[in-house]
Design a protein around this ligand. Structure first.
Ligand SMILES: Cc1cc2nc3c(=O)[nH]c(=O)nc-3n(C[C@H](O)[C@H](O)[C@H](O)COP(=O)(O)OP(=O)(O)OC[C@H]3O[C@@H](n4cnc5c(N)ncnc54)[C@H](O)[C@@H]3O)c2cc1C
Length: 57
């Protein structure tokens, strides 16, 4: 599954995020956990950006 670098983890469908084995080739638990942290940061950035746009519109 293709995911974006910015915001990290977003799939080709806006607002839908993925990480771990489904986003890469099957790897390791450590890899999935590391990526999950980055995906959470990507989700926070995405939600914050939407809130900011709503606040100024
Ligand atoms: C046999 C085997 C041995 C392994 N041994 C090791 C090891 O020794 N050390 C190591 O680091 N890694 C090991 N791995 C790899 C490791 O298990 C994975 O890299 C890791 O579990 C990936 O985590 P994940 O959260 O991305 O995916 P997963 O752990 O696969 O979690 C995905 C979850 O999504 C759920 N799901 C799927 N479809 C849906 C749906 N439609 N709706 C809702 N839920 C859904 C699944 O039930 C599952 O709970 C092994 C893998 C296998 C198959």
């Amino acid at each position: 599954m293709l995911i974006r670098e910015m915001p990290y983890g977003m799939t080709t469908r806006n607002g839908v995020f993925a990480g771990g084995d489904v986003a890469n080739h099957p790897a390791t638990v450590v890899n999935a956990m590391q990526q999950a942290k980055k995906v959470v940061e990507g989700i926070v950035r995405y939600v914050d950006a939407i809130k900011l746009l709503e606040a100024i519109n």
